[in-house]
Ligand binder design. Structure first.
Ligand code: GAR
Length: 193
């Protein structure tokens, strides 16, 4: 993505469904000198998402949309994004699948973080499947979102070693630590910084 010279930070919406630890890492990054983005909007499909607390803490606008009626809520979402001049979207533990139409409207402007080394283990329960398959490594991937689940162009990946006594919980934790590092790095890469 190109940044014009003397740019203001690129207005970004972060979509969450749960804890929001990646949201927190993105907000922290956005406040650093080198960040090309500012986090201006938090969207959650889950009214109980813990990550929504960061809206208050960091004084960022938030919206909750249940996205059950996809067409209706996506239209509302598009309207909200437009009204807030959002230019890029970062999915961060967002557990809903966006429609083809929505993705087309933000073509090349939606990033996602996924807790596996894609193309391995697209979809849910990545850690469980990696452990069941006795993988030696797992990790995380930041990629562009296209209309096929977890299949868009890969921006950055980080591998982690799976220990002998690894559990789903310990692996998830280990990978999250890396997620918090690679999401900001991937954003810098996208803007050629
Ligand atoms: C993260 O591990 C993220 O990669 C994963 O959910 C977790 C959210 O944690 N995302 C997916 O599985 C997307 N299909 P967080 O809410 O603490 O950022």
């Amino acid at each position: 993505m190109a940044l014009s010279t003397g740019h203001n930070r690129v207005r970004t919406a972060v979509f969450i469904s749960g804890t929001g630890s990646n949201l927190k890492s993105l907000i922290k990054f956005s406040k650093s000198k080198k960040s090309p983005i500012s986090v201006n909007l938090i969207i959650s499909n889950n009214p109980k998402a813990k990550g929504l607390d960061y809206a208050k803490k960091f004084k960022i606008k938030k919206k909750v949309l249940n996205l059950k009626n996809k067409n209706l809520s996506e239209n509302k979402l598009l309207y909200i994004l437009k009204k807030n001049n959002i230019e890029i979207i970062c999915l961060a533990g967002f557990m809903k699948i966006l429609s083809k139409n929505f993705i087309k409207k933000f073509k090349g402007k939606i990033l996602n973080i996924h807790p596996s080394i894609l193309p391995k283990y697209k979809g849910l329960n990545t850690h469980k499947r990696a452990l069941n398959n006795k993988e030696k490594y797992s990790g995380c991937t930041v990629h562009f979102v296209n209309s096929k689940l977890d299949s868009g162009k890969i921006i950055l990946q980080k591998k982690v070693k799976i220990a002998k006594n690894e559990t789903e919980t310990s692996l998830a934790k280990k990978i999250l630590v890396q997620e918090h590092k690679i999401y900001p790095k991937a954003i810098l890469k996208v803007f050629n910084l």
